[in-house]
Design a protein around this ligand. Structure first.
Ligand code: NAP
Ligand code: MG
Length: 402
């Protein structure tokens, strides 16, 4: 069989622990035998980030801007314990944070639906997409501990040196403060990627924030969305038969629980972080969720929404068997390959990625799955496979489809 040829390389961001092991299996078993895989490889494994003083993370984001499509493995965000474990020179920032700040835009996450795994929320018949703003707020904050009485101000100094000052709080005793920001330009990008995603996928767009309490900050998000909708998107939405609406985040949460799915839910950065874990767990598993960062500069970064599955990795290191679900990582690859295929007009590449996705779903639907899914499936005749054998079972089905 001739391997499928590629034109432009994918930016490949390797990662850590159990997902790094899965990454290798996926390439060896599911990709390299069929595709003349062109990638520009960046090792974002924690050791190599440390050796390069984290420059490799920045380089990988720059490469994504250059080539347009990246696929990323889960990576460790170091904390104190990791600094000790890996004897790190510094407590590096989250690679996802660094990459998102450089690419800007929105992270779109959708559950992967299979027969036999039903959502905890009975009325969720259709999948829906959570769109998380990728810049700012608490992820770019400045924090301070106040240890004695005093005044804390919010101060803005313009380029002429003129100052505007507002009292945040007069402290009578110890406390804490936090400064967060966002930029009109980033909110415009957030809104634009959401409107376009909704149009692309023909789904309604819902957006909620806390503008009743945050009358300047969250209200700015609301107003930018509304203005762009009225001026640039309303006509196209009407034509597509879809709608946009804004309401309080509390109201949105209540509506989501009562809905049947089939919409795009735009969330500010923090809301999206928290809610996407709730949504993916309710649909079955963190490993059954696709995730793509869509940047307004026209680039796409695909990843799994879960972490490096540390507990499984330590078992793997001890030589014990693991049953780690590779679906989200496989879908990161297929998402990236499909996008590369679309951009480079390579229908064979798109079709290969679709067949691989369908092989993954039919493997699970036939009853062959990893332990996390076996614990929640409604199927009765189930075979629990280890990490490698699950990938090999997918390979068997893929070969039949090709
Ligand atoms: P995690 O990797 O999300 O895993 C937490 C638990 O969820 C696992 O122990 C496992 O439960 C279950 N799980 C998650 N993914 C699974 C999969 N694919 N298959 C089967 N079970 C899965 O979180 P963590 O282990 O607490 O964090 C490890 C590292 O990941 C941290 O250093 C963190 O910084 C990093 N992280 C990275 C990203 C990213 O790069 N996108 C995101 C989040 C966290 P059981 O043990 O019960 O089987
Ligand atoms: Mg989270």
């Amino acid at each position: 069989m001739n391997k499928i040829q590629m034109k432009t390389p994918l930016v490949e961001m390797d990662g850590d622990e159990m997902t790094r092991i899965l990454w290798q299996y996926i390439k060896e078993d599911l990709l390299l035998p069929y595709i003349d895989l062109k990638t520009e490889y960046y090792d974002l494994g924690l050791r190599h980030r440390d050796e390069t003083d984290d420059q490799v993370t920045i380089d990988s984001a720059l490469a994504t801007r250059k080539y347009g499509v990246a696929v990323k493995c889960a990576t460790i965000t170091p904390n104190q314990a990791r600094v000790k474990e890996y004897d790190l020179k510094a407590m590096y920032k989250s690679p996802n944070g660094t990459i998102r700040a450089m690419l800007d835009g929105t992270v779109f996450r959708s559950p992967i639906i299979v027969k036999g795994i039903s959502p905890c929320v009975k009325n969720w018949n259709k999948t829906f997409t959570l769109a998380r703003h990728a810049y700012g707020d608490v992820y770019k904050n400045t924090e301070m501990r106040i240890d004695a009485p005093g005044d804390v101000y919010l101060t803005y100094v313009n380029e002429k040196g003129e100052e505007t000052r507002t009292l945040i709080h007069h402290f009578d005793g110890p406390g804490i403060v936090q400064g967060v920001h966002n930029m009109d330009q980033s909110i415009v990008y957030f809104a634009k990627t959401c409107f376009e995603y909704a149009l692309d996928t023909k789904q309604d767009l819902w957006f909620g924030a806390k503008d009743t309490i945050s009358k300047t900050y969250d209200a700015r998000f609301r107003d930018i969305f509304q203005q762009m909708y009225d001026e640039e998107y309303k006509e196209a939405f009407d034509k597509a038969g879809i709608s946009y609406f804004y309401t309080l985040i509390d109201d949105i949460v209540a509506r989501v629980m009562k809905s049947e799915g089939g919409f795009v839910w735009a969330c500010k950065n923090y809301d999206g972080d928290v809610m996407s874990d709730m949504v993916s767990s309710a649909f079955g598993s963190l490993a059954m969720m696709t995730s793509v960062l869509v940047s307004p500069h026209g680039c796409y970064e695909y990843e799994a929404a879960h972490g490096t599955v540390m507990r499984h990795y330590y078992r793997h290191l001890k030589g014990e068997e693991t049953s780690t679900n590779s679906v989200a990582t496989i879908f990161a690859w297929t998402g990236a390959l499909k996008k590369r295929g679309e951009l480079d007009s390579l229908p064979e590449l798109v079709s290969f990625a679709e067949k691989l996705e369908s092989a993954v779903l039919s493997t699970i639907e036939s009853g062959c799955m990893t332990k996390d899914l076996a614990a929640i499936t409604t199927l009765t005749d189930v075979t629990v496979l280890n990490s490698r054998d699950f990938i090999l079972a997918i390979k068997e089905r893929l070969e039949k489809e090709l």
